[in-house]
Design a protein. Structure first.
Length: 95
């Protein structure tokens, strides 16, 4: 199963990537290159899957579910929850 953060970044368009970089106030990123934007977001600890999933449309979430091998049915909230649960692998998080 692909890494959720990488999967999310792979489906985002350049304008969406730029918006994420702006929202996270990441500096020193070549904003002309989608790959440079993806690389910067991939390295950033602030760019969590929860943050990246926040503004995605339901259709994009369904595409991500397909990519991750998960069922694509349900509400937007169900899809986000399913994707996030798949990312933890059923482990409980330690504070």
């Amino acid at each position: 199963m692909p890494d959720l953060k990488r999967a999310i970044l792979s489906v985002l368009a350049r304008d969406d990537l730029k918006a994420c970089v702006d929202d996270l106030e990441l500096e020193g990123v070549d904003r002309r290159s989608a790959e440079a934007l993806r690389a910067a977001l991939s390295r950033s600890r602030k760019a969590t899957p929860e943050f990246l999933l926040g503004d995605l449309y339901k259709e994009t979430l369904q595409d991500l579910c397909d990519l991750m091998g998960l069922p694509r049915s349900g509400s937007r909230e169900d899809l986000v929850e399913r994707l996030l649960e798949s990312n933890t692998g059923g482990r409980s998080e330690v504070p």
